[in-house]
Write a protein that binds this ligand. Structure first.
Ligand code: ADP
Ligand code: MG
Ligand code: MG
Length: 965
């Protein structure tokens, strides 16, 4: 509720502010139009949604000099980068002036055959003139040239997806101006060659064509260094670099058949076009898919005056987080390099210094940064991720955004910020993605096993602890190989020199990621933390040969090949040869294993605090799917309030139970069947007693037998022979029974309530087991609430037949034992007919529970076991479903049936209790959906219970699918 109110406020403020900007600009441009010689035809609006046709859409927004036309609330229009640059400029932080071309232009661009709105060029020119005025230099001026960067920026941050071009505006004339300005020809030519290289790559598309090819520009650079007999880029002279510029341009001409543009205007529009174009490149598309970012959002383009971190040892560049994004600790956390530009820190070419070392290099700048850190955190009330550059001792802010963090850090930061009174507990809940809790529940290496690995000299090297947790798996060097190995069921460690956005699918497939270069803020580290992957970055001792497919470690003879076992500890940065077993998290040790004292477990304490807040907010109950007493106990430890699904047939697979079960199936008469069932009864009763005792009065939903009977018989000859011998019957009888039970489509065959209707003695036995167990446990002083659930009901009569048996047995048992067992009888809704006739079914059901696994199969007409071949491309390539409908509820189809069933069921029986027990009950998005349709509870596997609790709280607070910020 509260959240919703805030949301409305925020958006109304947003629109009114945006309107003010628009009006102001319209006035100005009208005035200009009247006076100036250029008459433009009235612009046709790009979106018909906005009112008024006389006003013109404003496409370009200015920032710099302590003011800005935009602000942080305008992310949809200006992209994240543009909106935050505007916000920082508005806060008075030192932001180099620039302009942002709005995302509406991107939308227009793709809706109009890759053309721009007519007014755009004029608007860009006008705003660029303002930048020139503030900086005091002119774009393209050979004497005193303004140089700019062209930076993409979508609404949601997409690390590395869109490439930035720096130093734009340089050519053989303007480079002379830069030499004069800097007094440093080497710097000027270095900037020039970087510009040609980036522009050649990003705009003119001269890049490696295969994964084994090396970058063409790097190849030329390496050759140059060899020719000059030097090791480092920095040892090349101004003349060398000038030659490189010409060689780069020649390579572009030769390989791409285009001439490098000298005209700065042409350069600018080429770069703007490339940014918009990159919105649709495969890497961007893959990233969007993985992160659920709609294509329709589009990207903005930022054109910003350059500042130089590579002007010498008094200059530099860095990135930082206002707190530690791995642990969440409240310390200033970052890295920098002196005499470096832009991407140098993140690209992992040189290994940067920790931010604290900046104090020694420039105390004033360090102090200024510390102040900015505090100011940004107080302003945004969030962990911020910043980029800065120092030009000759002066600090400039180049970017800020809400920082990505690990699950552990998300929780710690949210809690600390509540304590610091920056946010409320509710906001804290909205900041934690329920899936992030997985990271708290994730294993680490057992200390003993790790020590053994060390003793066995299997410790290979140490890198940076970029993504916590422990992972062990097989080495793969390429993303596609990693994906393929994962599909074969292997556990994968993706090993790369460094990662780039085209590796993200492989990173998603990997258990852990290991890179040879790059810092804590490298691509690998950022993406791994976001995905919740274990990651060790910047492990410089690794020598990776992609061509040969080998990994060597400096100082050791070992050569690892693809498929060899490797283990990495993302919490410490250690890398080990071979496999190391992992052990459970603090939370699991405190709650489940009880081998750790909560007082000694800070991470557990944070988890517990968040869960307390979550439970205060949520309306949905959270139960678990569990079939055995110890699973139930674990689930209670994780906060389950009952069992939502106990699958009785799982019990039949138990050691001493499968025999009588098979005997029952092989029975030829009802008499024989009863005799076999009589053997099962005490065993099943014992199972239920165990569960009821553990559950201590919490409701337990027990489903009567569901799967087709043939599943219980051995299908191989040897197994059938053995069974025949055991039962003392001819093997032919087993053969013929197996044959008789054969079904063409078991999913739609003789299963669910159909079994209990044809063989009522099975249901009868199960009911006896349930109620006798309940009576015994109640007698021993423990409250018990059994809920008997009839599966696969599509017709009310099916339920009536089964419920009558259950109720009759219940009364008999209660009478016999002289104990009252408070019980209910209900049904699963898992076929469409059941949902559609829910009004009728509700006449006999005390509760409904949605079996969304079967309901999805039967609604979509898709057998989950056969869906692998087409469902993956359905989701990934054709975007037919946004997510796998077996993982997250298909809201339009299956969801519609849920709505109908709830509505019709409650029309008949207003107090009808409704829950969900399909796998979807542990998927945060599905939990939100369940909240929305008014279910009473969700039920999921024990380890998903905390995730469902948080998701339910967030749903109650009105969260959408994403975390706040
Ligand atoms: P990304 O979205 O990949 O972070 P950025 O647009 O932030 O890309 O740019 C890449 C690098 O270039 C960053 O390190 C940034 O600080 C630097 N950079 C961008 N614009 C400028 C500029 N005007 N002056 C100096 N450095 C810049
Ligand atoms: Mg950046
Ligand atoms: Mg089912």
């Amino acid at each position: 509720m509260k959240r919703r109110v805030r949301g409305v406020k925020g958006s109304s403020r947003r629109t009114s502010r945006a309107r003010v900007h628009r009006k102001a600009v319209v006035k100005k441009s009208l005035a200009k139009k009247g006076a100036g010689p250029v008459r433009q035809p009235a612009h046709r609006r790009t979106s018909g949604a906005r009112s008024g046709s006389a006003t013109r859409t404003k496409y370009v927004y200015f920032f710099g000099g302590g003011r800005a036309e935009g602000d942080a609330s305008m992310k949809a229009l200006l992209g994240g980068k543009g909106a935050n640059l505007a916000e920082m400029a508005g806060l008075g932080l030192p932001v180099p002036p620039g302009l942002t071309i709005s995302t509406e232009v991107c939308t227009y661009f793709y809706a109009n055959g890759r053309r721009y709105p007519q007014a755009l060029r004029t608007e860009v020119a006008q705003h660029l003139a303002r930048v020139e005025q503030l900086v005091g230099r002119r774009f393209g001026d050979p004497v005193d040239p303004l140089l700019v960067s062209v930076r993409s920026g979508a609404r949601a941050s997409m690390p590395g997806m869109m490439d930035t071009v720096l130093n734009l505006g340089l050519n053989d004339d303007t480079v002379q101006g830069l030499i004069r300005l800097s007094g440093n020809p080497r710097f000027a030519y270095d900037s020039y060659r970087r510009f040609v290289q980036m522009y050649g790559d990003v705009v003119l598309d001269l890049k490696p064509q295969s994964k084994k090819e090396i970058d063409p520009f790097e190849e030329i650079l390496e050759r140059k260094k060899r020719d000059r007999g030097v090791q480092l880029d920095t040892e090349l002279t101004a003349d060398d670099l000038r030659e490189l510029v010409a060689e780069f341009k020649a390579a572009i001409r030769e390989r791409k058949g285009v001439t490098f543009p000298d005209d700065p205007q042409e350069q600018l529009w080429g770069a703007i076009g490339a940014v918009f174009g990159s919105w649709m490149n495969p890497r961007a598309i893959a990233y969007r898919k993985l992160n659920g970012i709609p294509e329709s959002w589009g990207t903005a383009v930022n054109v910003q005056s350059m500042v130089f971190g590579n002007l010498g040892e008094d200059s530099g560049t860095g990135v930082a987080f206002t707190r530690d994004p791995a642990s969440g600790e409240n310390i200033f956390y970052g890295e920098f390099l002196m005499n470096a530009q832009g991407e140098d820190v993140v690209a992992g070419i040189r290994t940067p210094l920790p931010i604290s070392a900046l104090e020694a290099k420039n105390k004033a700048v360090y102090g200024q940064l510390i102040k900015i850190r505090r100011k940004l955190e107080r302003h945004y009330r969030e962990l911020m991720d910043i980029e800065f550059t120092i030009e000759r001792g002066r600090l400039y802010m180049l970017q800020c955004r809400v920082g990505k963090r690990t699950g552990g850090a998300a929780i710690r930061i949210a809690l600390d910020m509540v304590q610091e009174r920056l946010i409320t507990p509710r906001q804290a809940l909205l900041r934690i993605d329920p899936e992030q809790l997985n990271q708290l529940l994730r294993p680490s290496f057992s200390q003993a096993e790790k020590e053994r690995a060390v003793r066995e000299q299997r410790f290979l090297a140490r890198g940076l602890n970029a993504g916590p947790g422990a992972a062990s798996g097989r080495v793969y060097f390429h993303a596609d190989d990693a994906e393929a190995a994962r599909a074969r069921g292997e556990s994968v460690i993706l090993v790369r020199v460094e990662t780039s956005p085209e590796d993200i699918r492989g990173m998603a497939a990997a258990e852990g990621i290991l890179t040879a270069r790059g810092g804590m803020t490298s691509h690998a580290a950022l993406v791994a933390r976001q995905m919740g992957k274990v990651c060790v970055a910047g492990c410089e001792a690794l020598n990776i040969d992609y061509g040969a497919g080998t990994l060597r470690v400096t100082g050791r003879d070992t050569v690892l090949k693809e498929g060899d076992d490797l283990s990495i500890d993302g919490t410490t940065g250690e890398v080990f040869l071979g496999h190391i077993p992992t052990e459970p998290s603090e939370v699991v040790r405190v709650l489940v294993e009880r081998t750790l004292d909560a007082k000694q477990a800070p991470m557990y304490q944070r988890y517990a605090q968040i869960m307390t807040w979550a439970d205060r907010e949520r309306r949905l109950g959270v139960r678990t799917n569990a079939d055995l007493p110890d699973q139930c106990a674990n689930a209670i430890a994780f906060g389950a309030e009952g069992v939502g699904l106990c699958r009785t047939e799982h019990m039949f697979f138990g050691e001493e139970k499968i025999g009588p079960m098979r005997e029952m199936i092989l029975a030829e008469t009802a008499e024989q069947r009863r005799a076999a069932l009589a053997k099962l009864l005490p065993l099943q009763r014992q199972d239920f007693e165990g569960i009821f005792r553990v559950m201590q009065g919490r409701p337990v939903t027990i489903r009567t037998i569901d799967p087709p009977l043939h599943e219980f018989l051995p299908h191989d000859e040897a197994g059938q022979q053995a069974l025949a011998a055991e039962l003392g019957i001819p093997v032919e009888r087993i053969h013929s029974r197996v044959e008789a039970l054969h079904e063409f489509n078991p999913m739609l065959g003789f299963r669910g309530c159909r079994l209990g209707i044809v063989y009522p003695e099975i249901t009868e036995m199960q009911a006896h087991a349930v109620f006798e167990a309940a009576a015994n446990v109640i007698r021993s002083g423990i409250a018990t609430h059994p809920e008997v659930m009839i599966p696969l009901v599509g017709h009310v009569k099916e339920l009536q037949l089964q419920a009558a048996i259950v109720r009759r047995v219940a009364e008999e048992v209660m009478k016999e034992k002289g104990v009252r067992v408070p019980y209910v009888v209900g049904t699963m809704i898992e076929v469409p007919r059941g949902a559609l006739t829910a009004d009728k079914i509700a006449t006999d059901a005390d509760f409904f529970s949605f079996g969304t696994n079967d309901l999805t199969q039967t609604t979509l007409g898709v057998s989950r076991d056969d869906a692998g071949r087409f469902l993956v491309p359905y989701v990934n390539d054709f975007e037919i479903y946004p997510r796998d409908p077996f993982e997250s509820i298909d809201p339009d189809g299956v969801g519609a049936l849920l709505r109908i069933a709830v509505e019709r069921g409650r029309a008949t029986r207003p107090q009808l209790k409704v829950g969900i027990c399909g796998e979807h009950g542990g998927d945060p998005q599905s939990v939100m959906f369940c909240h929305g349709v008014g279910l009473d509870y969700v039920s999921c596997s024990p380890l998903r219970v905390p995730i469902a609790r948080l998701a339910a709280a967030r749903a109650a607070l009105g969260a959408g699918g994403e975390t706040e910020a």
